[in-house]
Ligand binder design. Structure first.
Ligand code: ZN
Length: 126
């Protein structure tokens, strides 16, 4: 059943967006991988496009890797105020970072055209 990784709630088939928070649902409830909640987070990607950040987050969550997205507004970096522009840092527990990297690389190879559409010029890597 479709599952919202934010609300941690399952929904009926045929729904693809969470009625509570509006996020895209995962096709099924992931089996979360074990990790220590105390361990430090490691940044696996920095992307400058919010939809892309949430797409990648969904890919990792589908594989059971919890992702924290930290948004840093461009205003704080450059002293400008630009709505919606800034760095989205995808962070995962350190012990799962290597696995997350493999999943992201596989997805990036498969989804090259998705990347071009979402982020024509920017470099998605650190
Ligand atoms: Zn939700």
């Amino acid at each position: 059943m479709p599952y919202c990784p934010h609300c941690r709630q399952e929904y009926l088939e045929a729904i693809d967006q969470c009625p509570e928070c509006g996020r895209l649902l995962l096709p099924k409830k992931p089996v979360w991988r074990p990790y220590d909640p105390e361990e430090p987070l490691s940044v696996v990607r920095t992307v400058y496009n919010e939809p892309l950040a949430y797409l990648l987050k969904g890919q990792l969550e589908q594989e059971g890797i919890p992702v924290h997205v930290q948004f840093e507004a461009a205003g704080r970096v450059y002293g400008l105020t630009v709505d919606g522009l800034g760095a989205n840092r995808l962070m995962v527990p350190e012990s799962l970072a290597a696995e997350a990297e493999e999943i992201l690389q596989a997805f990036e190879e498969d989804g090259a055209e998705v990347f071009e559409e979402l982020e024509p010029d920017a470099d998605t890597r650190l």
